[in-house]
Design a binder for this molecule. Structure first.
Ligand code: GDP
Length: 597
C-alpha cells in the first residue's frame, strides 16, 4: 500500500534533553529545509518559549527520507513539553504510531520522561529510547540504560546512543523510525475519521485545524462534522506541512496535514475531537477525547485603567490561538475593569501574563491565583468558587472542598529529607518512595493543588540544586478547613492579594505577605500599616515608616530646571504604580508578592 512508507512519530523528552536539536538535525538530514532558512522557519517560536525551554505550539513537519530507492514520508509531530499541557501531549501522541523517547545521558530519567513514556505506551505507540548527549564528558549511558529497565521496563538493548549535537547515532535513529515505527494504523475502519491534535487562528482564514487522518479522506469542499462538539462546516482548504502549509486536493488515511474550516471562533473547535465527513460518517469517535477545564484562575487588570480596551483586544487575540485559555470580564473596586482568566496550570498562567506584557506591551496587575473550590452553605446551596472575593462568610459555610493532585517527584538521594519536608509543609502526604537507581528516588505524593501553585516548583529546583523534577495530575477533591485571608494596606483591603488558605497556614502566610509587601512598597509621606486578616481578625502586621523628606526639598532656592527634572523622574516612577486608597502600589509588588509567599 502507498501508506506503507508513511511514519508518523513524535519526540518526547524532558525539557532541555535535546528535542529541538534532534528535530533540527532530522530536518537537515532529510534536507527538508535549507539550513539557512531553518532557524526562522522552524524555531520561529516566541522568545518566551525559548527562554523557558518549553514548546507552546506544536508545528508538525513532513519530510522525505530515501532508503533502498524507496521514499519514506516522515511526519514529525511536536509535543508541548510541560505538565500543564499533558492533555495536549496525549492528543499529539494519539496522532502518531511511534515516539522517540529522548533522555539526556548526563541527567537521566526525569519526571516528565516517565509521564510522557507512560502516555505513549497507553496510546499503543512504539517507544524508541534514545540516549542523547553521549558526547558530554559527564555522560553515563550505562546508568541510563539501567534506569530504562528499572523505571520504565524498557530493555536496555533497545536504546540508541546518540548525540543530536555531533550527529552520533543519527543514521540509527532514522533506521529505527523506518523499521520500528509501524505504518499508519486503523486505515480500514468504517467512515472517515481524523483527529484534531492542534489548531491555530489565522486572521484571514479563521480556525485552521492540524489533523491526522486515520481512515477515509478529507477533501476540499467536504461537508464535515466535529463529532465531540457537534459543530458542522465545510472544508475550505486541505493540505500538508512541508514545512509550510501547502494546499492539496485531499488528505487520505494515514496522513498528517491541516484543514481550513472557515470557523471564526476557536471555542467551537476542541482539541482531540474527531472530524468525520457527512457523506462518509464514522460510527464512533477516535478514543481519548476529553473536554479540558481550566484549573487555575486569576484576575488580570490593566495597571492604567485607560488601557482596558487594549487589554480586552489582547486577551481576545491570545484566546484565538489558545483554546485552553478562558476569560470573562469582571470589575473590582480597587482595580477597575479587568478579566477573570482561567488557565490549565501555573506555567500556562505565567505564559499568558508574560505575553501580555511583552507582545502586547501592557502593564498588567494579576491577582493572587486560585483553584476551584467546592462548597456547601448552611442553607443547603452548593457552589464552586475560583475567586476569593466570592468566598462566603465563615458562618455560612457547611463544608468546603479543595482540588487535590497526585505528584511524582524525582530527586537525588541527598535531597530526599528536604523534599519530604517540603511536601509535608505543603500539606501533602507522601504515598510511596521508589528507587530509580543508586543515586535517585521517585516520590509519589498527594497534595492540595492550591499549595503547589505559587512556589513549589521553584523550591523543588532550589533544594535539589536543579536536579529534581516534578509531574502531576488531578486527583479529585477533599474537604479542608479553608479560610479567606485579606491583606489591608492602611485599613484598605487589597483584593488582588486576597487568597483562600488553610486555617493553620493563615498566620505564616499572612506574615510572609506583609513582610514582603513592606519591602516592596515605596515609603509614603505617612506611616502605613500592612495587615493580614482572617474573618475580621488580624493575624499579622507590619508598619512601613514614613518617608523622611520631600525629594524637592534639597532644591529650594536652587536651579529650577533641576527641580523640574526631579519631578519628572518622580512622575515616571509613578507611571507604573497603582493608586489604592491613599497608597501607591508599584506593579512589581503585585508580581513579586506571588513569587515568594
Ligand atoms: P529541548 O528543550 O529538549 O528542546 O532541548 P534543546 O534541543 O533546546 O537542547 C537543550 C540544550 O542541550 C541546548 O543547549 C543544546 O545545544 C544542548 N544539546 C542538545 N543535544 C545535545 C547533544 O547531543 N550533546 C550536547 N553536548 N549538547 C546537546
Amino acid at each position: 500500500r502507498s501508506t506503507d512508507t508513511i511514519r508518523n512519530f513524535c519526540i518526547i523528552a524532558h525539557v532541555d534533553h535535546g528535542k529541538t536539536t534532534l528535530s533540527d538535525r532530522l530536518l537537515e538530514l532529510t534536507s527538508t529545509v535549507e539550513l539557512r532558512n531553518m532557524k526562522e522557519q522552524l524555531l520561529d517560536s516566541m522568545d518566551l518559549e525559548r527562554e523557558r525551554g518549553i514548546t507552546i505550539k506544536s508545528h508538525p513537519v513532513s519530510m522525505i527520507y530515501q532508503k533502498d530507492k524507496e521514499d519514506y514520508l516522515f511526519n514529525l509531530i511536536d509535543t508541548p513539553g510541560h505538565v500543564d499541557f499533558s492533555y495536549e501531549v496525549s492528543r499529539s501522541l494519539a496522532a502518531c504510531e511511534g515516539a522517540l523517547l529522548l533522555i539526556d545521558a548526563a541527567q537521566g530519567i526525569e519526571a516528565q520522561t516517565v509521564a510522557n513514556a507512560h502516555l505513549a505506551v497507553a496510546q499503543g505507540l512504539e517507544v524508541i529510547p534514545v540516549i542523547n548527549k553521549v558526547d558530554l564528558p559527564s555522560a553515563e549511558p550505562e546508568r541510563i540504560m539501567e534506569q530504562l529497565e528499572d523505571v520504565l521496563a524498557i530493555p536496555a538493548e533497545e536504546a540508541i546512543l546518540a548525540s543530536a549535537k555531533s550527529g552520533i547515532g543519527l543514521p540509527e535513529i532514522i533506521r529505527a523510525v523506518i523499521d520500528r515505527v509501524p505504518s499508519p494504523r486503523w486505515l480500514d475502519e468504517k467512515g472517515t475519521r481524523a483527529l484534531v491534535f492542534d489548531c491555530i487562528y489565522d486572521a484571514f482564514k479563521g480556525v485552521i485545524c492540524y489533523v491526522r487522518v486515520f481512515s477515509g479522506e478529507l477533501k476540499q469542499g467536504s461537508s464535515i462534522s466535529f463529532m465531540g462538539s457537534d459543530v458542522k462546516t465545510q472544508i475550505k482548504e486541505v493540505g500538508r506541512f512541508s514545512p509550510h502549509m501547502v494546499a492539496e486536493d485531499s488528505l487520505s488515511g494515514g496522513k498528517v496535514g491541516y484543514i481550513v474550516t472557515g470557523i471564526r471562533d476557536v471555542a467551537d473547535v476542541k482539541l482531540g475531537d474527531t472530524v468525520t465527513r457527512m457523506d462518509d460518517m464514522a460510527g464512533e469517535m477516535l478514543p481519548g477525547y476529553k473536554e479540558v477545564r481550566p484549573m487555575v484562575f486569576s484576575g488580570i487588570y490593566p495597571l492604567d485603567t485607560s488601557d482596558y480596551e487594549k487589554l480586552k483586544a489582547s486577551v481576545a487575540k491570545l484566546r484565538l490561538n489558545d483554546a485552553a485559555f478562558v476569560y470573562q470580564s469582571e470589575s473590582s473596586a480597587a482595580l477597575g475593569f479587568g478579566f477573570r482568566c482561567g488557565f490549565l496550570g501555573l506555567l500556562h498562567m505565567e505564559i499568558i501574563q508574560e505575553r501580555l506584557r511583552r507582545e502586547y506591551d501592557l502593564d498588567i496587575i494579576s491577582t493572587y491565583p486560585s483553584v476551584i473550590y467546592r462548597l456547601r452553605k448552611t442553607d443547603g446551596t452548593e457552589m464552586e468558587i475560583d475567586n476569593p472575593v466570592f468566598f462566603p462568610d465563615a458562618s455560612e459555610i457547611e463544608w468546603i472542598e479543595e482540588p487535590m493532585i497526585k505528584a511524582t517527584v524525582h530527586t537525588p538521594n541527598d535531597s530526599i529529607g528536604d523534599m519530604l519536608a517540603l511536601i509535608s509543609e505543603k500539606r501533602g502526604i507522601c504515598q510511596q518512595t521508589e528507587t530509580i537507581d543508586t543515586s535517585r528516588v521517585m516520590i509519589t505524593a498527594r497534595l492540595p493543588l492550591n499549595e503547589i501553585l505559587v512556589d513549589f516548583n521553584d523550591r523543588l529546583k532550589s533544594l535539589t540544586h536543579g536536579y529534581g523534577s516534578m509531574d502531576y495530575e488531578p486527583d479529585g477533591y477533599e474537604q479542608s478547613d479553608l479560610v479567606r485571608m485579606e491583606i489591608l494596606v492602611n485599613g484598605e483591603p487589597i483584593e488582588a492579594f486576597s487568597s483562600i488558605v488553610h486555617r493553620q497556614k493563615a498566620e505564616t502566610r499572612g506574615r510572609a505577605l506583609c513582610g514582603k509587601l513592606k519591602d516592596l512598597l515605596p515609603k509614603q509621606l505617612f506611616k502605613v500599616a500592612i495587615q493580614a486578616a482572617v474573618n475580621g481578625k488580624f493575624v499579622a502586621r507590619e508598619t512601613l515608616s514614613a518617608m523622611r523628606k520631600d525629594v524637592t526639598a534639597k532644591c529650594y532656592g536652587g536651579d529650577i530646571s533641576r527641580k523640574r527634572k526631579l519631578l519628572e523622574k518622580q512622575k515616571e516612577g509613578k507611571k507604573r504604580m497603582k493608586q489604592i486608597g491613599s497608597v501607591s502600589i508599584p506593579q512589581e509588588a503585585f508580581v513579586q508578592v506571588l513569587r515568594s509567599s
